[in-house]
Design a protein around this ligand. Structure first.
Ligand code: DX5
Ligand code: ZN
Length: 221
């Protein structure tokens, strides 16, 4: 399974969005992770539909949207129209995850489900066969720059095991506190899409930071 970096735009310099997006794109990063926060599901507000629509005009990257919003079913079509290629929603944010997955797929986007650190991984077991991606949070969602929660690693391992046992092919994405120092821990557990915000856009040399991750990925090819 291919391993990809998905740099989180939450840590970008918002005075240089176009410029910094092309730095990671040219460094060979196919994904960009877009953290949408509503101030209700998480105690922070980030950016939303108009921003995604705006950057769609200057980027060919795969738009990996992470919706930290309540009742995501209200906005799926709009995020797709704005340019999201993958739409991840939180299992804790809706009463009917199966319906949201179907709604995302009906738009032509790939469907992903996300779990917060306190949510048992068993909660998403019933939906696995319908998913393109699962996203394991390794920090409490809401803010960049937090410390990686190592106690979430067994969830990644369980998802990798289920994938094998059930003959499925969903991507396993990991998000929160990932650095060059701890990324091997999540890769060893079976993750293949790695979100990194401060460890990429927070660095002086963004291209070198992205390449640092990609060099490690080569060890797993
Ligand atoms: C947190 C977001 C993350 C965040 C990651 O709620 O979902 O994507 O931007 O940032 P770092 O890599 O700095 O933990
Ligand atoms: Zn995220």
């Amino acid at each position: 399974m291919s391993i990809y970096l998905s740099p989180s735009m939450l840590s970008i310099d918002f005075t240089k969005v176009g410029e910094q997006l092309s730095i990671v794109e040219q460094a060979g990063t196919p994904y960009i992770h877009l953290d949408v926060m509503d101030g209700v599901f998480v105690p922070n507000i980030s950016f939303g539909i108009p921003v995604i629509k705006g950057i769609r005009k200057c980027s060919h990257m795969v738009f990996d949207a992470h919706l930290m919003i309540v009742e995501p079913e209200r906005y799926i079509e709009e995020f797709r129209k704005a340019g999201a290629d993958i739409i991840n929603f939180h299992v804790e944010a809706t009463e009917d995850p199966a319906a949201v997955i179907a709604q995302i797929k009906a738009t032509g986007a790939k469907a992903g489900i996300t779990i917060k650190p306190k949510t048992p991984v068993e909660c998403i077991r019933p939906y696995l066969q319908d998913l393109d991606m699962v996203l394991v949070m390794t920090v409490e969602p809401g803010f960049g720059g937090q410390k990686f929660m190592e106690d979430q690693v067994p969830k990644i391992k369980q998802l990798a095991q289920w994938k094998k046992d059930l003959g499925l092919s969903y991507d396993i994405e990991v998000d929160g506190g990932i650095t060059l120092e701890n990324v091997r821990t999540v890769l060893d557990a079976g993750a293949n899409i790695i979100v990194a915000g401060s460890a990429v856009f927070g660095k002086e040399d963004i291209a070198a930071a992205a390449k640092g991750f990609m060099d490690i990925f080569k060890e797993y090819e």
